[in-house]
Design a protein. Structure first.
Length: 138
């Protein structure tokens, strides 16, 4: 920030302009899922971040769709990949493995990986598997 002198003698602080949001012109993207009746992904752009809003069951049948979607998001080089889980009913062990692989790929690409609003069952699975501490959860 710089300081300017007003004609009245008082100083005013001028803020530097913020950079334009990386994804300013994009809001959402559709993503095909192998079993849309039981699982869906809403792919959203939020300033410099990408949010994957999951709903339904992330199980063995749906892990490949989640993995492809996460890879596409990471390839866009966001600052953060936020996996929003408030509408996700269940995650089984293959689903957890898919989340772990996506987190590892994001980390290698320099993208922060965040789990947002996991329910009690998902938190219990993370605890039971011993991986909860390896995630940033909000």
């Amino acid at each position: 920030m710089s300081t300017l002198r007003r004609s009245s003698g008082r100083s005013a602080t001028v803020a530097r302009p913020r950079p334009a949001p990386r994804f300013a012109n994009r809001r959402t993207r559709t993503w095909p899922c192998p079993s849309p009746a039981r699982f869906s992904i809403l792919y959203m752009y939020d300033l410099h971040d990408i949010v994957l809003q999951l709903s339904g069951d992330l199980d063995e049948v749906n892990t490949s769709g989640f993995g492809r979607c996460a890879d596409a998001a990471i390839a866009e080089d966001p600052r953060r990949l936020i996996v929003e889980m408030s509408a996700l009913d269940t995650v089984d062990r293959p689903g957890l493995d898919a989340i772990l692989r996506a987190r590892d790929r994001a980390t290698r690409a320099g993208v922060d990986f965040i789990l947002d609003s996991p329910n009690g069952g998902i938190l219990a699975l993370l605890d039971h598997s011993g991986v909860r501490e390896s995630f940033f959860i909000r």
